[in-house]
Design a binder for this molecule. Sequence first.
Ligand code: CA
Length: 375
Amino acid sequence: MSRITAVEPIVVRRKLARPFYFSQWEQHERAVCLVKVTTDDGLYGWGEGYGPADVVAAGIRFLTPFVLGENPLHNAAVWQTLYRRSLDYARRGVLVSALSAIDIALWDLKGKLLGQPVSVLLGGPRRASVAVYATGLYFTHTPDLPGALAAEAVTYAEQGFSAIKMKVGLGLAADVANVRAVRAVLGPGIQLMIDANHAYSRSEALALARAVEDQTIGWFEEPVSPEDYEGYAELRLRTSIPIAGGECEALCAGFRHLATQHCVDIAQPDLGMAGGLTEGQRIAALMQTFGANVTPHCWGTGIAFAAALHFAATLEMIPGRLMAAEPLLEMDRSENPLRDELATPRFVPRAGRVAVPTAPGLGVDVDPAALAAFA
Ligand code: CA
């Protein structure tokens, strides 16, 4: 029987060549906390937490004593222990990210021990490749922001993406100009989503929704504060644009509010913060029971993307039908050397899809040279 002998948080970071901003702050650096969990038979699994990297690392160090000596095949049992040990301090928040990172690493290990990809362990993939959308179109300091965004959008279309998400949250006039510029160059054949990162009040969000409804928007993501569940529910009834959210939410206990108050059409748990793959499956069941579809939020390295990819491969859209839509997985295209260089093999979208790894576990490893360069 396999036993866990080491849990190692590793913070990687890199300054950006071209800083960008969104509705909340400027991004000058990408930093991520990975975790490597090793067993006495020499195997290891990789996980990744979402959130302030140094704080996630401290959380992992706090949880480590409750993981050492455990059997990685008992991943859901270990999850229960970590949940109980963190509950008093972190009903949501960065300690849950630490739990999530460890959980993902245990799934990777479990797959390697059983010789199966994580998508099979999760119950089996519904599809061999997952449709992805490009996340980009952040703001940069340029005299012609609508023109710059339109030009960037064209590059994603040329790369084969059939769905693209852009940032809003600069104010009604600027947002409408940007959305119209991007829609104009994309034409009607490409899905376009907007993401405010909770920049707006209810009335501001409603005004923006009404102003861009004629632009055929796939979804309006995080229109209002993640604390304003009533605002989500109200907006959802007053616009024809589907409402998405949930990347700031953790655990079923958090998603319960989005579910029972019918806040979203699309729930977006980040597996590296919402409770890992173990809780991710429960969150999907909860949200779908209340009529919302699920597609993971993903803004990390290839480790986080691999976990989300296996997970998305198993998701079924509700209601099911013969000519069913597919879940769209987020594929961040903004500058991130950690995402591009750390994990191998690298994920490359082809015609707007990414193949689900078939190797045991997550099917990705960390390049030691890149790790040394970023750590
Ligand atoms: Ca978002």
